[in-house]
Write a protein that binds this ligand. Structure first.
Ligand SMILES: *Cc1c(COP(=O)(O)O)cnc(C)c1O
Length: 369
């Protein structure tokens, strides 16, 4: 079986984990958590990092920390994982969706301004699969309308936009360290910011809003969204190897491009844009009009050939849970719908071997040509 994702542990993961066990420091109180916050936030050029239990938790905290609440509108892509929309909806706020660009698959920034109303308070940017969102127009709009920016960089560790680190654009930016991300802690996430008071608020929110002066007295509700020392130990070891991880991702992308370019019923991801080079968080492909199979059929055929795949995101405006809540009635986002209908991704984890990519390619050739 060639799984859709295999993580890679090639450094000090075991050593640092053993340190946790040997010293008994396994909870969120351990020293690796602070070090990971410091090392990772400085890697993405931010002043503060707040390590949390996962990326979705980081989004919950970000939305709450920015005081987004009932009736507020937050602009975000239709084509995304559900986490950003869920965090907004849970606070009683309203996600306002933007369709994707058909080339980068990211939110089409030219459609943002006409969706801004008096209730708009924030833009929730989600960088998707390989490319950052075109940030300059967003920064301009945010300034013009005095909107907050939350940046979901869960798929973008080490990616840059015009040479500037992804994760350095939001008032609050978040990362995930799930095992399919560029670096992993098993489960894990981090908020990063340059704003000290926001960082302190995030620290409080992830820790049940305990106050230092009087333990067990609470002025606000938080969560237990703490990251453990065990997770941070793995994170530090992974971060030491991040440049190698990124190089590996790019070499996987390059090899797939070379091997698959002659199959004319699939469209391959862009290699670069004017502002970034593809980081290939996943290697997504689109079945174009020449393809006689549906995504479901291809996924099934590949599974029978022991190749793991994933379909693309299911757009937010089609989600049964949001429809039930009365959101997005009669809204259409044709590019997001097309991506979901025609797109899926191939095995592209950090642990994948060239032989495995060759096998995936030859099966695709056999099936599609
Ligand atoms: C993975 C991911 C998340 C969620 O992170 P978890 O750690 O799995 O909760 C959020 N946003 C995007 C864009 C992601 O890819």
């Amino acid at each position: 079986m060639i799984p859709v994702n295999t993580p890679l542990f090639s450094g000090n993961e075991k050593k640092y984990l053993m340190e946790c066990i040997d010293t008994g420091r396994i909870s969120s109180e351990g020293p690796f958590v602070k070090k990971f916050e410091k090392d990772f936030s400085s890697y993405v050029n931010r002043r503060y990092g707040v390590a949390v239990a996962n990326g979705s938790a980081a989004l919950d905290i970000a939305v709450q920390a920015l005081n987004i609440s009932k009736g507020d509108e937050v602009i975000m892509p239709a084509f995304t994982i559900i986490s950003p929309a869920a965090s907004v909806v849970r606070q009683g706020a309203v996600p306002v969706l933007i369709d994707s660009c058909s080339d980068t698959w990211n939110m089409d920034v030219t459609q943002i301004e006409k969706k801004i109303t008096k209730k708009t308070v924030a833009i929730l940017v989600v960088h998707i699969y390989g490319f950052p969102v075109d940030m300059d127009p967003i920064l301009e709009i945010a300034q013009k309308y005095k909107l907050k920016i939350i940046e979901d960089a869960a798929e973008m560790h080490g990616q840059t936009y015009k040479g500037k680190m992804c994760g350095s654009f939001g008032h609050l930016s978040i990362f995930s360290f799930y095992p399919n991300k560029h670096i992993t802690t098993g489960e894990g996430g981090m908020l990063v910011t340059d704003d000290q008071s926001l960082a302190e608020r995030c620290h409080a929110l992830k820790n049940l809003c305990f106050i230092p002066e009087k333990r067990f007295v609470h002025h606000e509700l938080g969560w237990n969204y703490r990251m453990t020392n065990l997770q941070a130990a793995i994170g530090i070891a992974q971060l030491e190897k991040i440049e190698m991880h990124l190089a590996k991702k790019r070499s996987v992308g390059k090899l797939y491009h070379k091997l698959l370019q002659d199959i004319d019923c699939i469209d391959l991801p862009l290699i670069k844009t004017s502002f970034a080079e593809n980081i290939y968080w996943v290697f997504g492909i689109i079945l174009n009009k020449k393809c006689k199979f549906s995504v479901d059929q291809i996924i099934e055929i590949l599974a029978k050939n022991n190749i793991g795949t994933r379909p693309f995101f299911y757009p937010m405006h089609l989600q049964p849970v949001f429809k039930k809540m009365g959101f997005f009635k009669r809204e259409r986002y044709p590019v997001a719908e097309l991506l979901f209908k025609r797109g899926f991704y191939l095995p592209s984890g950090l642990g994948i071997k060239d032989e495995e990519i060759n096998i995936v390619s030859s099966v695709l050739h056999k099936v599609l040509q």
